[in-house]
Design a protein around this ligand. Structure first.
Ligand code: TXE
Length: 506
């Protein structure tokens, strides 16, 4: 059998059909011979054909994970052994960095620079959770009784379904897999049907690194079929989901039937607040990166620019001028600054939002159309778009467009900046730009978002929690809390001097 590395490379170049589901330690084909095309968003070429799991395949994957959890050693081996597997995955990713980044770019359209950064971040996440795996096993509890001892131990939750989206396929899956395995769970991973290739590769690296059969399973296919079956499955104990708000609501609803633990990361509409006293050149440079990175397909994109009124006109005009100069192209070309959107459906959604913005009275300063270049016509490209004179009630301001659309609003003072920054059903991330250190802290304290950057945008750290307030989600990824999500606390109480209690005289 070909190794997955070769198989993915084969698929990427020749469209070869090979088994892509990983169940109980073996690569297997769809039991119903279902398959789907994986398309390069740069030119719509088919880069791979992959298996789609039939309901039976999902059930077998869950059963394998269940057996490995209930009867296998994984949850009980010393945590350091699990850490070794994670460390080896990190080593293998470093070793395979070029190939994995290349595959991610083919699959998502993002630039190679972005894909390489994703791989580097994923390596750090695996190393971080390898380091955390054998820390904080529990705590001793004061019983108030000299005849009793008591402790809390942290145990794995069980079988975890890990459902990831298409914008950061490898990275989002790694944020789930690494802590889930560190904690001793077994998993069934389901990447987005749009971008499954680097998850296939990751699963092969996990197996190569020594994850025992059944500990890591992989099913591919569409959300309403494969994803939904996982969420509803009685033998799945927890679902960790990253995706859109509407799907997140469905996941939470479906999980309720079996009262599963859920962790949800559902995107955001993130304010990027620029005060007149900021270093405006730096703020401008970052404002473009904040929103147009990966063509705006980033849950924490700084898509809602809020600028203090005295500098608003010049600032927004300059953002638009620079947005017009962003070089679109093939993510594989080193000169490309931004790739295409991920799919035709997604571009259509972005285009509808531009129409909505225009209808709502936003003033178009840049973009608002597909590019003209002949070499970009086969891809799902859209020009970076800047809308000025937006108002808080507009749909294009309130809803996550998830594309290269920046809306700009003006504000008078700190109080109004905070009010606007919080005027969203989401609460994932936001930034404040100011030369006044006190103001930076004051605004950060009052913004209701899970991450606040002061005079920066987008950095995240494996050791710092990531997740949303309000409708941006439930729970946290990364950091110690990201591990705690995959653990349950158990109280073990021991009477060390048991004697009859004589509660009942009898
Ligand atoms: O995501 P979905 P879509 C936002 C963004 C985007 C919108 C829709 O605004 O335009 O969501 O994108 C699986 N049960 N984000 O439709 O549907 C699906 O197969 C179980 C923000 O592509 O949320 C995929 O693996 N699973 C986001 C995953 O859910 C289901 C990143 C995400 O797909 C399912 C991506 C179901 N019923 C989009 N239906 C972020 N938070 O960063 C689908 N899935």
């Amino acid at each position: 059998m070909l190794r997955t590395a070769d198989r993915v490379a084969d698929q990427a170049t020749r469209g070869v059909i090979v088994p892509n589901l990983f169940i109980d330690g073996a690569w297997v084909a769809s039991s119903a011979a279902l398959e789907s095309d994986v398309v390069n968003p740069f030119d719509q070429s088919v880069i791979a054909k992959v298996d789609e799991a039939a309901p039976d395949d999902v059930d077998r994957a869950v059963a394998a994970a269940r057996r490995a959890f209930d009867a296998g050693d994984w949850a009980r081996v010393p945590a350091a052994e699990r850490a070794d597997v994670l460390d080896r995955v990190a080593d293998l990713l470093v070793w395979n960095r070029r190939q994995v980044a290349h595959t991610e770019t083919l699959d998502t359209g993002k630039t190679l620079t972005e894909s390489r950064a994703d791989v580097d971040d994923v390596v750090k996440v695996f190393r971080y959770y390898a380091g955390l795996a054998d820390k904080e096993a529990g705590r001793v509890v004061e019983t108030g009784n000299p005849g009793a001892v008591s402790r809390i131990v942290y145990e794995p939750v069980g079988v975890c379904a890990l459902i990831a989206p298409w914008n950061y396929p490898l990275l989002q899956m790694a944020w789930k897999v690494a802590p889930a395995l560190a904690a001793g769970n077994t998993v069934v991973a389901k990447p987005s049907e749009v971008t499954p290739l680097t998850t296939i590769r990751l699963v092969e690296l996990l197996a190569e690194a020594g994850a025992p059969a059944g500990v890591v399973n992989l099913v591919l296919g569409r959300g309403p079929q494969v994803g939904q079956r996982l969420v509803e499955h009685a033998d799945v104990d927890m679902v960790s989901f990253t995706g859109g708000l509407a799907t997140g609501r469905r996941v939470m609803q479906a999980a309720a039937a079996t009262v599963k633990k859920v962790a949800l990361e559902l995107g955001g509409k993130n304010p990027n607040i620029v005060f007149a006293d900021a270093d405006l050149e730096t703020a401008l440079d970052y404002a473009l990166m904040a929103v147009f990175l990966h063509a705006g397909q980033v849950c924490s994109a700084g898509a809602r620019l809020l600028v203090q009124e005295e500098v608003y006109d010049d600032f927004v005009a300059e953002v638009a001028r620079r947005a017009d100069r962003i070089r679109l192209g093939n993510g594989l070309d080193e000169g490309t600054e931004s790739g295409p959107l991920v799919s035709a459906e997604h571009r259509a959604k972005v285009e509808r939002y531009v129409e909505t913005g225009l209808a709502e009275g936003a003033r178009l300063l840049a973009g608002g159309r597909r590019p003209d270049e002949p070499e970009l016509q086969a891809g799902f490209f859209y020009r970076p778009t800047v809308f000025a004179d937006c108002r808080r009630g507009m749909r294009v301001v309130q809803e996550e467009t998830f594309g290269p659309i920046l809306t700009a609003e003006r504000f008078r003072d700190e109080a109004e900046a905070v009010a606007l920054g919080n005027d969203t059903p989401y609460g994932l991330a936001g930034a404040v730009w100011t030369g006044d250190a006190g103001r930076g802290q004051r605004v950060a304290a009052r913004l209701r978002h899970g991450t606040i950057w002061i005079n920066d945008y987008h950095p995240y750290l494996p050791q710092a929690e990531w997740g949303g307030f309000k409708q941006s989600g439930v729970g946290r990824e990364l950091g110690p809390t990201g591990l705690a999500e995959y653990r349950d606390a158990k109280h073990i109480y021991q009477n060390i001097d048991p004697k009859p209690l004589r509660w009942f005289a009898g």
